[in-house]
Design a protein around this ligand. Structure first.
Ligand code: SF4
Length: 704
């Protein structure tokens, strides 16, 4: 037997840890993986999910051959059927009768060709992704403020700041290696202050100096108050605000009106005034502040405003573009950022350009030599599934995601998938809740076989390297897309010989007529060879002539990507969640992750060791609520919302506030016969980002 090894990247969260993977090539046996000490995201650390990756490389449940209506077919037959149906519906009903629903799990190269095929060649912008559920609000927040979707910070800023405000994040469980890095920094410098803003008392609070258990959804008010307090206390960076920003006066006036006093703000947020006072005093006295925010901010019907309330405070006090300072959105998925970079959202075009970016449609059309350019935004995830149910989208290609479990209002998603004329599902596994609705199943390569790049939350591109050959007849997603593109008559534009050629084209587009006008620029790689691609070391974009070694921190030059070159303040009115509790549904449901599972457990469910932490789904209920409802710890509870029901085991705990309950997102009907929590969630979305309000539903409880 011969052994081989590669350095690759973990397929789970947005931390993007480097992983050493080795195998006995002759029998696919993979020894335990280890952390890559040379990778700047983790320096050798791994969390328990990453450490258990070898256990998940198993033939169990793999989809090995294409299938049409549950019968095994050849790739030729499957791609013939797909291309014929796409041709038929687009000729008959127009290009918008087709849609891709993609995933932050696929690689940048997969995303790039899907986006190119749909937006340049079929002519539809109906390309959306499960990243819509994760960080779409953060994208719009950055764009409103900076004119671009630019994450300003680096992970090292989390270690170098003096005040870290963690909002809507249980990083201890969701981004464990970042949490390890923060914990180590705090142990080394105990004076570093950590504040957690979260309705729940989570494991992240274990290292916090202060936990603000606010009323669900009220986060924006805290930052609105900090903005007006900073102004009144003369703590503004006046030179920065005057010279490099616009819209401050309007934002301040709105903040003064919305959150006039500390007491009014504390009351709105359901906080004790002295806890808000403590945060205010630390904010006043600590220039090196990072605000770290995640799904608790984004998954809200006012998620974009929450992001801008945070960014406003950093702009007003000049806390960005500096070491240890900045508003830092942390993405959930391993390649949500790569998807953003290629334009893999329905309201993006390509290379961080939007349809509304002046000249962008023409530029991309010329670069791609595209015959059928889409010219306006497509449908975002929730609207896309509504359009499918309405019969407007007739062919849906789902890739590496499980919307039957992850999208809100499961009953509606089911109706849409049943109505759709052709559902194609590309996955490495059989038997997901979504693949039950597939007319055509395409076997995809999985982690350890896939080959390409991902981008983590600090803009760092890393290679995912394939070590094992594809299982069965599995193909890389980009290959399946190129096969279909060729059968649609676009072979010349999709004649890629490997992921390095796709990456090179993506890099060339990022630099095409750029001249520093656009933030995303990796043109240093536009002529990358296969050897160079294979040897690519992790690097933070932009990577171009001006920054050949990459860029750790953005906006150090105080120049932004707005037409004026100035950052923009946004006036914010803090808003409550759309569907508040009422007499019929008196509890607020919050959702989130547990430490050792990932998404809908398609991969982590295969690692027995990962079930030791929490083996079953549960609902956290405050002791007083449990008593008033006659619910005992560890007994079954019926949970009803206006949209669905679930049966869950009670975990009585004061980690949740009275009136709130919490349920993890992972367990599914197909794998574990469990209730799907998203069945309880309404389809309320942020009007700007289209991100569902997955952190808020109203429910009622009954003992079983
Ligand atoms: Fe993987 Fe995230 Fe854990 Fe790192 S922290 S090993 S990227 S799951």
């Amino acid at each position: 037997m011969s052994a081989s090894a590669v350095k690759t990247t973990c397929p789970y969260c947005g931390v993007g840890c480097g992983v050493n993977l080795s195998s006995r090539a002759s029998n696919r046996v993979v020894p335990p993986v280890s952390g890559d000490k040379s990778h700047p995201a983790n320096f050798g650390r791994l969390c328990v999910k990453g450490s258990s990756l070898a256990e998940t490389i198993t033939p169990k449940g793999r989809l090995l051959q294409p299938m049409i209506n549950n019968k095994t077919v050849t790739w030729e037959a499957a791609t013939d059927a797909i291309s014929a149906k796409i041709k038929q519906v687009t000729e008959e009903f127009g290009p918008d009768a087709f849609a891709f629903y993609l995933s932050g799990q696929i690689l940048t190269e997969d995303y790039y060709v899907a986006n190119k095929l749909a937006k340049g060649f079929i002519g539809t912008a109906n390309v959306d992704t499960n990243s819509r559920l994760c960080m779409a609000s953060a994208v719009v927040g950055y764009k409103r403020a900076f004119g671009s979707d630019t994450v300003p910070c680096s992970y090292e800023d989390l270690e170098l700041c003096d005040l870290l405000i963690m909002v809507g994040s249980n990083a201890a469980w969701t981004h464990p290696v970042l949490f390890q890095r923060i914990s180590a920094a705090k142990a080394k410098r105990p004076d570093m202050k950590i504040v957690v803003i979260d309705p729940r008392r989570t494991a992240t609070c274990d290292i916090a100096d202060l936990h603000l258990s606010l009323k669900p959804g009220t986060d924006a008010a805290i930052f609105s108050y900090l903005l007006q307090d900073s102004a009144h206390e003369h703590l503004l960076d006046a030179e920065f605000v005057c010279t490099h920003t616009e819209g401050f006066d309007q934002a301040l006036a709105q903040a003064e009106q919305s959150t006039p006093t500390l007491e009014a703000t504390a009351d709105f947020c359901g906080l004790a005034a002295d806890s808000l006072l403590q945060l205010r005093d630390w904010w006043r006295s600590t220039p090196k502040t990072v605000t770290f925010y995640s799904q608790g901010v984004n998954q809200s019907s006012s998620g974009v405003d929450k992001c801008n309330a945070i960014i406003n405070c950093h702009l007003a006090t000049g806390r960005l573009g500096k070491v240890g300072a900045g508003p830092f959105s942390i993405t959930g998925q391993p390649n949500a950022m790569g998807g953003r970079e290629v334009g893999g959202l329905a309201n993006q075009l390509a290379a961080h350009m939007d349809f509304a970016t002046p000249g962008a449609i023409d530029l991309v059309q010329r670069f791609w030599q595209a015959p059928n350019m889409a010219t306006e935004n497509g449908l975002k995830a929730v609207d896309m599934f509504n359009a499918i149910e309405a019969g407007d989208i007739k062919v849906l290609w789902i890739m590496a995601t499980n919307p039957m479990v992850s999208l809100p209002n499961t009953a509606q998603v089911k109706r849409a998938l049943e109505k759709c004329e052709l559902v194609i599902v590309s996955d490495y596994k059989m038997g997901t809740d979504t693949s039950a609705f597939a007319d055509i199943l395409l076997p995809a390569t999985g982690w350890s076989e896939k080959d390409g790049t991902v981008t983590n939350s600090e803009r760092r591109l890393s290679r995912q390297r394939g070590l094992l050959p594809p299982a069965g007849e599995a193909k890389h997603d980009w290959q399946a897309i190129c096969d279909v593109a060729t059968k649609l008559g676009f072979g010349e534009a999709f004649n890629f010989k490997g992921p390095h050629e796709i990456f090179a084209e993506h890099a060339a587009l990022s630099g095409f007529e750029n001249d520093g006008k656009r933030d995303f620029d990796i043109s240093a790689f536009e002529s990358i060879t296969k050897q160079e691609y294979d040897a690519l070391v992790p690097v933070q974009w932009p990577v171009n002539k001006a920054n050949p070694q990459g860029t750790a921190r953005m906006f150090t030059d105080k120049r932004f990507f707005t037409p004026s070159g100035k950052a923009r303040f946004v006036p914010i009115t803090p808003a409550l969640p759309k569907q508040l509790p009422n007499d019929e549904y008196p509890f607020t449901l919050n959702t989130g992750r547990v430490r050792d599972q990932w998404h809908t457990m398609t991969r982590t469910g295969d690692a027995a060791s990962l079930s030791r932490h929490l083996a079953q789904p549960f609902i956290e209920i405050h002791p007083e609520d449990a008593q008033s409802q006659g619910i005992k710890d560890k007994t079954l509870v019926k949970v009803f919302s206006p949209y669905g029901r679930a049966l869950l085991k009670a975990k009585v705990t004061d980690a949740v506030a009275k009136g709130s309950v919490f349920v993890p997102i992972h367990w599914t009907q197909q794998f574990s016969n469990a209730s799907i929590v998203s069945a309880l969630i309404p389809s309320e979305v942020d009007p700007l980002s289209g991100q569902p309000e997955s952190k808020h539903a109203r429910v009622t409880l009954e003992p079983f």
